[in-house]
Write a protein that binds this ligand. Structure first.
Ligand code: HDE
Length: 729
């Protein structure tokens, strides 16, 4: 295959980007015209104390460029982070698609991926309760293919025409620009409570999926049903999935709000550091394939983007792997300027008539025109195809390519007939010739009207603790809503999903639960339509569960790249600390020493160790687990530190794995964790069942392999701690 060396490691996109890279090291400073600059400290003046001269073209060029350094941020998905990597298919998928990159297991197709939140501005916190964008640009030999998806498999609305309304409702309110990066406000819930088609999506948004632990621990979904087409022209419906090899994990809302203060770049930093440390994030590409003949076999419409295909009905085939292994060199040039578009296709992949997808096909190019400023945005290095571009689209702002010759039209003879159209056998793209036979109407298909069955399926499928978090999220969000009628209307909608859920939220809001919604559930119908035609249907009976919808099912037996805090102070039992740290690092975790101050901590007998964070710069919410080191003096010092006690209390409240050196139990008595002061076998066993481990004392810990602690970290959280609500942090 072209673009591969024997080691199969050539990355054509990386090669392509090379030609645009500039490393100023060892160079002299110049203007944009290449003139060497002699004085970059003083502007040109009339006398040493005189006014600055307009003639100073060096000053003018520098300030003018600076004045124009910003471009409009994305209307949605403004806050994001990107990384390079590759995708490799396991086996040829010729049965389903002719797409080249899905048929050659020897080929590593370069990718650039951008993760994002939706509502917040570029500088907003990573930990907002929000959908996450999951956009993948495959630089294939047949042109760029973009899979522009989210970390939730459904969407708020069924038709693109409602998108501006949805986005206006969730963005900060227009009169006072409050709140930033949050859906907990009146306009959002006003809109949602009138838009019952959003109910399924709202269940996902109120679940912990909306506050991921890491971009690396999120699923991705293409959302719409797409089409795959094989060499014989046979088509298959397909839903795209990304399955993270680290499992799907989230934080708690209490953590999310605290992380937003302690480290608003938490997800960005996590992705960056994991890649720098060689813990490359990986996802498997999953396909749910439905033959064309089965289009109407489901009790929902495949074209409706508010529906999933339950994995129990159509299993997800894992067909290849994506690895992110290189951070961008320059955030603006790559992550900010990258332009995705669901209409960037390659032969073998095509659309369906999903009315949301169809609307997107117009929007993305349009928005790039105003965001990137020119129809030539495809020439920006990160957007450039590795397939050379030949066409007669010419000129425009910031054109880079110098087209030679005198013909700029097709057909031509003066240019020797080129560039010429490609036959299908030469890789030419032909749209799937779907039969379309219909009247020109503005209507919603009746098959789109069941808004509650899958919302209930999602809720039913959650573990108890996940249900609790959904109740808490609705109670928080609606609690922030000021107009009482909006709260009531929303609780009315929840009665259609699950009565217990509705009752619990109503109780928290101090509202009497209505038997039926007391307000119109849907004001989203055309002016002349019969409202009855737009009323949602009642949810179906005997909905059951889909296990794949619960994150609790995705645990993986690994602690790779998990962050572990080691609390210690001077006089620490260094040998046992080192033993534990070495072991945790051997199994892939990242350990950080957190101490009352920065510098070095001294060992009880000898030696010292560098401190990574102080109790001021570190915080429990930034870690997955904590170990309280031993050593009499260290334990006594930590005991006096309120921040150290809070650190452990918070880790306990957030259900994280905790390990305590056997001689640090005196410190633990200060915390809210009951029973750590009394080290009886029974006590130790009870605590271990809740992810709190009391280690053996002193020398016996040297060379230890605390498998239980490691497994506890891999378990992510101990939801069986029943008393965490009482922990006052
Ligand atoms: Fe987008 N969306 N979207 N969207 N979307 C944008 O394009 C739009 C939708 C998604 O990392 C914008 O370049 C419309 C669904 C992602 O750069 C804009 C509709 C899904 C990203 C736009 C939708 C998405 C965007 C803003 C309804 C999941 C970030 C900046 C018809 C399948 C891409 C830009 C990145 C970005 C329009 C609905 C995902 C304005 C009109 C459904 C991940 O063009």
């Amino acid at each position: 295959m072209a673009n591969l060396n024997e080691k199969n490691e050539f990355n054509p996109k990386q090669e392509d980007l090379k030609s645009n890279k500039e490393d100023g090291s060892g160079q002299l400073l110049t203007t944009n015209q290449g003139l060497k600059i002699n004085d970059n400290q003083n502007s040109l003046k009339a006398g040493e104390r005189g006014s600055t001269l307009l003639e100073d073209f060096i000053l003018r060029e520098k300030i003018t460029h600076f004045d124009h350094e910003r471009i409009p941020e994305r209307i949605v998905h403004a806050r994001g982070s990107g990384a390079h990597g590759y995708f490799q298919v396991y086996e040829p998928l010729a049965k389903y698609t002719k797409a080249g990159f899905l048929n050659n297991p020897d080929l590593k197709t370069p990718v650039f991926v951008r993760f994002s939140t939706v509502a917040g501005s570029r500088g907003s916190t990573d930990l907002a309760r929000d959908v996450r964008g999951f956009s993948v640009k495959f630089y294939t030999e047949e042109g760029n293919y973009d899979l522009v998806g989210n970390n939730m498999p459904v969407f708020f609305i069924q038709d693109a025409i409602k998108f501006p309304d949805l986005v206006h409702a969730v963005k900060p309110e227009p009169h006072n620009e409050i709140p930033q990066a949050a859906s907990a406000h009146d306009t959002f819930w006003d809109f949602i409570s009138l838009m019952p088609e959003s109910t399924h999506m709202i269940m996902w948004l109120m679940s912990d999926r909306a506050i991921p632990r890491s971009y690396r621990m999120m699923e991705g979904f293409g959302v719409h049903t797409f089409r795959l087409i094989n060499e014989n022209g046979e088509a298959f419906f397909v839903k795209f999935h990304w399955k993270p090899l680290l499992g799907v994990h989230s934080v708690l809302w209490d953590e999310a709000t605290k992380i937003s203060g302690k480290d608003p770049d938490f997800h960005r930093r996590d992705l960056w550091e994991a890649i720098e440390n060689g813990a490359f994030p990986e996802w498997e590409l999953g396909l749910q394939i439905v033959p064309e003949a089965d289009e109407h076999r489901f009790d929902f419409d495949l074209l409706d983007p508010t529906k999933i295909i339950p994995e129990e009905e159509v299993p997800v085939l894992r067909v290849g792997k994506m690895v992110l292994n290189r951070n961008p060199d320059n955030f603006f040039a790559e992550t900010e300027q990258v332009a995705f578009h669901p209409g960037h296709l390659v032969p073998g992949i095509d659309f369906t008539n999903d009315p949301l997808l169809q609307g997107r096909l117009f929007s993305y190019t349009d928005t790039q025109l105003s965001r990137l400023g020119s129809p030539n945005f495809h020439e920006i290095p990160i957007n450039r195809s590795i397939n050379t571009v030949h066409n007669n689209q010419r000129d425009g702002h910031m054109r880079q390519m110098i087209n030679t010759g005198k013909s700029s039209y097709e057909p031509n003879t003066l240019g020797g007939g080129s560039p010429a159209q490609a036959k299908i056998a030469e890789g030419g793209f032909a749209s799937y010739s779907e039969r379309i036979d219909g009247r020109k109407i503005r209507e919603r298909s009746k098959s789109f009207m069941d808004h509650f069955t899958q919302a209930a399926l999602f809720y039913n499928s959650q573990a108890d603790y996940e249900k609790d978090h959904i109740v808490d999220a609705f109670s928080f969000e609606l609690g922030k809503v000021e107009v009482l009628d909006i709260r009531k209307r929303m609780v009315g909608i929840l009665t259609q999903v699950d009565l217990d859920l509705a009752q619990r939220v109503a109780d928290n809001l101090g509202i009497k639960l209505p038997k039926e919604p007391e307000y119109p559930m849907n004001l989203s119908f055309p002016a002349d339509a019969d409202p009855k035609d737009y009323q949602p249907t009642k949810k179906k009976d005997n909905i059951g569960k889909s296990e794949a919808l619960s994150m609790s099912r995705t645990l993986k037996n690994t602690i790779e790249s998990r962050q572990i805090a080691i609390l210690a102070a001077d006089g620490v039992d260094l040998p046992s600390l080192e033993a534990l740290k070495t072991y945790l690092e051997k199994v892939g975790a990242v350990c950080k020493i957190v101490a009352p101050r920065l510098g070095f901590i001294k060992g009880a007998n000898s030696g010292e160790m560098e401190i990574d964070m102080s109790l001021l710069t570190g915080a429990s919410v930034l870690f997955d687990a904590v170990y309280v080191a031993g050593g009499k003096q260290s334990v006594a010092a930590l005991k006096k530190e309120a921040d150290a006690i809070r650190f452990v209390n918070e880790a306990y409240r957030h259900c994280k794995a905790i390990a305590i050196a056997g001689d640090a139990t005196a410190f633990m008595e200060e915390t809210c964790i009951k029973g750590t002061g009394v080290v009886s076998p029974e006590n130790t066993k009870n605590l271990a069942a809740q992810g709190v481990f009391v280690m053996p004392i002193g020398d016996s810990t040297v060379g230890m392999e605390p498998v239980d602690f490691v497994q506890a970290i891999a378990q992510h959280r101990f939801w069986n701690r029943t008393d965490t609500v009482k922990v006052p942090v």
